[in-house]
Design a protein around this ligand. Structure first.
Ligand code: LLP
Length: 474
């Protein structure tokens, strides 16, 4: 049975009129079985929880694949030149995701030595030849260390240069190594967009990228460096954006500065417009679909370049959230319930801010269901608390759910982006396991951290170990 239940009085089926994953609340494969259980990727969530425990990230391979394909196919359809979609790994970087997205011919945006290392290892493990893919890996970051830059040079990936210090360091490193570096220059376009202040990156007052006033000096500097080969410009305006206009405005700014770079004698051929397309976390959210976003970006880049008489650059986009968010849900077990008459009813789950720091960081809202009570009405209003020693560890305030009992499976939807990747061990709670589901099969892709894992990095200096004769109480 397809999901036809209601959430907060809204028919889910009416929210299912799009096949663009970022416009859906549930993964594309979500259904309800005869037991009234949520099923994802052909797997009964209640069974998955029995097998793997909670909290559990459940990643639907089909939804992830569809999002990647929609991006790629839409660029082929709407952009008259060459294009490449690269996945912003910061959304969730792990070997299984790298492997699935490489299969879908996506490249990778990495922002640290750790993300680069994970990506390279995953590609090797999955049987890809790094030589074929390295030019599709782009190394980002506003403070890459010299060690990270050397790692990038060793790998042969492209480097998106963010600032003067990095430019100068890279010029020295490449001269010392007598090795070319293929670079893009990140600029701050000065575009405002309506999203949370912390995830806005394109405005003038941003720590990322060169501001437009210094770009011509950057061009002159790069032109003089023997080993720095600038091939493109990059800009990213922010994340969880629902409007198309900021990206359309960006196209004109990029075309203008691309032309100036050509005038300075740089041989540019790529333009990277960043990521940023929002997703539907709750029924109130209305993002454009993936194809709509791609169409808007493609046509505005093509017309901005044509208007200046420039030949079309290779167009790169680097979405993260809209590729992976909707593909994943997090399952928790409900435990304690605290009723404060006339005030609020809390139900607590066995995870919270350590596996999903977004509510406490950005006041993000989510949709939730009870996986073992999908056919029951949402008649109780509760506040869902995490288990961490922090009053702000609330996953969601005042949500209507079916009446819950300890042992029920609470599922938070659309947790694929910036949940696992921002997870911590706060309160020495191990990070959850992640399981990949597809056509009724489930595979563990990240194992649950054990107590032993938690102390693995701890070291006890010898002088602190000699307490065998000491009496704790004296
Ligand atoms: N490219 C660059 C240079 C970025 O900084 C980002 C995200 C992306 C691409 C991918 O953007 P997306 O398509 O995912 O919107 N932790 C925050 C989001 C931080 C976004 C950081 N940059 C959150 O949980 O909402």
């Amino acid at each position: 049975m397809l999901l036809t239940e209601t959430i907060n009085g809204k028919a889910l089926i009416s929210l299912f009129d799009s096949d663009s994953p970022n416009q859906r609340l549930f993964p594309l494969t979500a259904t309800v079985n005869d037991c009234g259980h949520l099923v994802i990727g052909g797997c009964d969530v209640v069974e998955l929880v029995r097998q793997y425990g909670t909290p559990l990230y459940i990643l639907d391979e089909y939804t992830l694949t569809v999002a990647a394909r929609q991006y790629r196919e839409a660029f082929q359809k709407y952009y008259p030149g060459e294009s490449q979609v690269i996945y912003a790994s910061k959304a969730w970087c792990c070997q299984a995701i790298v492997s699935i997205l490489a299969r879908e011919k996506l490249g990778f945006d990495v922002v640290s030595g750790g993300e680069l290392y994970t990506t390279v290892k995953a590609l090797e493990l999955a049987g890809y030849n790094l030589e074929d893919i390295k030019s599709k890996i782009y190394f980002h970051g506003n403070n890459k260390s010299p060690g990270e830059l050397e790692f990038a040079l060793d790998t042969g990936c492209k480097i998106i240069v963010d600032n003067w210090w990095e430019l100068e360091t890279l010029a020295q490193l490449t001269a010392k190594r007598q090795q070319d570096a293929t670079i893009l220059l990140r600029l701050t376009p000065g575009i405002e967009c309506h999203t949370h202040e912390y995830i806005r990156t394109g405005s003038l007052d941003s720590k990322f990228g060169f501001h437009l006033g210094e770009l011509e000096a950057v061009y002159t500097f790069v032109k003089e460096q023997k080993y720095l080969k600038a091939i493109g410009l990059h800009a990213h305006i922010g994340s969880q954006i629902f409007q198309l206009q900021p990206h359309q405005d960006l196209a004109h700014i990029l075309a203008q500065w691309y032309q100036k770079a050509l005038d300075h004698g740089l041989c540019l051929r790529e333009v990277n417009v960043g990521g940023g397309l929002g997703i539907r976390y709750t029924p109130a959210d209305n993002p454009p679909s993936i194809p709509q976003w791609v169409q808007a970006v493609s046509t505005s880049v093509a017309s901005a370049f044509k208007a200046r008489g420039l030949s079309l650059p290779k167009l790169i986009a680097e979405p993260g959230r809209s590729i992976v968010a909707t593909a994943c849900v997090t399952a928790y077990t409900v435990g304690a319930k605290k009723i404060i008459p006339g005030v609020r009813t809390y139900i607590a789950v066995d995870g919270g801010m350590s596996d999903n720091p977004r509510p406490i960081t950005y006041q993000s809202l989510y949709q939730m269901v009870i996986a073992n009570k999908m056919n029951q009405g949402h008649t109780e209003t509760v506040t869902v608390a995490g288990k961490h020693c922090e009053s702000g560890d609330i996953l969601l305030k005042d949500i209507s759910l079916p009446p819950t009992n300890p042992g029920d499976i609470l599922v938070v939807l659309a947790t694929g982006a910036y949940n696992y990747s921002m997870a911590s061990n706060y309160n020495r709670i191990g990070r959850p396991a992640a399981v990949l589901v597809h056509e009724g099969e489930s595979n563990l892709i990240i194992r649950r951290e054990t107590y032993e894992d938690l102390i693995q990095q701890d070291l006890l200096p010898t002088r602190l170990t000699n307490h065998s004769l000491g009496n704790f109480n004296s």
